[in-house]
Design a protein around this ligand. Sequence first.
Ligand code: F6P
Length: 464
Amino acid sequence: MSRLVVVSNRVAPIDEGKQQAGGLAVAMAEAMQAAGGLWLGWSGEVAETPDPEPRVATSGRLTYATLDLSQQDLDEYYNGFANSTLWPLFHYRLGLTSFSRRTYDGYRRVNARFADALLPLLRPDDRIWVHDYHLIPLGEELRRRGAGQRMGFFLHTPFPAPELLVALPRHREIVRSLCAYDVVGFQTDHDVRAFANYTQIEGGGHAEPIGPEGCRIAAFGSTVLVRSFPISIDTMALSSLAEANANSETTERLVDSLVGRRLIIGVDRLDYSKGIPQRFEAFQQLLEDHPEYRGQVSFLQIAPPTRSDVLEYQQIRRALESLAGYVNGRLAEFDWVPIRYLNNGFGRKTLAGFYRAANVGFVTPLRDGMNLVAKEYVACQDPVDPGVLVLSRFAGAARELKAPLIVNPFDIEGTAEALHTALSMPVEERRDRHADLMAVLTRNDIDAWRQAFVDALTGPPVPA
Ligand code: F6P
């Protein structure tokens, strides 16, 4: 069987005791441990003169190859084009999107460096799977260097509508790079449609539908298979972890601290795409519209800071500090604080126990590729007495999961009403909704997701 080669900006830590690096790295670690193979990415380190050769280490069936970045690389590629241009643009935040030729050149330069580092490690029958917006041009760079292997790309974020994408000065180059892959995967049918629309409008392309989830697109001189592959979680493993941690010491400390109050939980990287300010406002609205909840419900928001060199992330952090302080200052009582706002992250076991203890999972991004927290919250519930998921219609997960309470996070009053519905929902309805959600999550778990993509990647070359 041919080897799977994965390339992503972040690589899951080799040392299992270390804190995980985020949704993509966790999901891929779970998928890759089953399959084995080679995984290339950024080491997370900055070096004065980075070694062009990757450091190689092996753990079980997986070989890791990691590269350091220079400070200039980090500024231009990661903080610059990836997280100050593509990230806000792909999340529909044109007002936060900045563009400069300098950061774009840095982005291309780092992609070329990744290609130079990967090329000598490749075997002729490898299948290469590139992940996320940091590495869109990698496939094209590898092709330029003569790599003929099957190559696929999966975008973990949303893909924006063409009207937005054209605001990016180099939009054609970005989409042309995507067309260098054999397979391009997106989270949802919306993203597939946006990509197909762009290639037709801007690239003179032609799309031929293949099944309900995808199409074959001919554009920019290539033919590419484009499909949705909604990413998932290790549903059964997480469910067991939550059951095992239902009464762990940390979970009990949380439950004891509530002294019989109910709990709403939110867990997100501290990112402006996650809609956390709107969430605080909706909770405040709930307490205003339904004063009976005052002193009876606590909202725990866990939000570890991320990308803190980028100005917009510093701004959202300050805004949330001020909003949490405002709400608590207005509504707290001497023995109850409405919002428990934490900037530290927790390990998977602890989070699994916290999710299980929470009556409501509050997941309201303004725009999100998928949102694995939504799926994790569901998997961690006790099927006999499950909590309720309140989910934004703008999370990719809402295209797949039909049984949560779906909200528009821009509608603060509507979201507050959904919190009330969740907190007052009879147990029979909670069980029915939870069973529906679990049926989807056991059918499409992380293994099914990986297998579906790898099968598409292994398929016959797309005829030109
Ligand atoms: O797709 C977005 C994403 O790559 C997630 O998969 C991941 O959780 C997060 O961003 C990590 O962000 P960063 O590597 O910038 O900390």
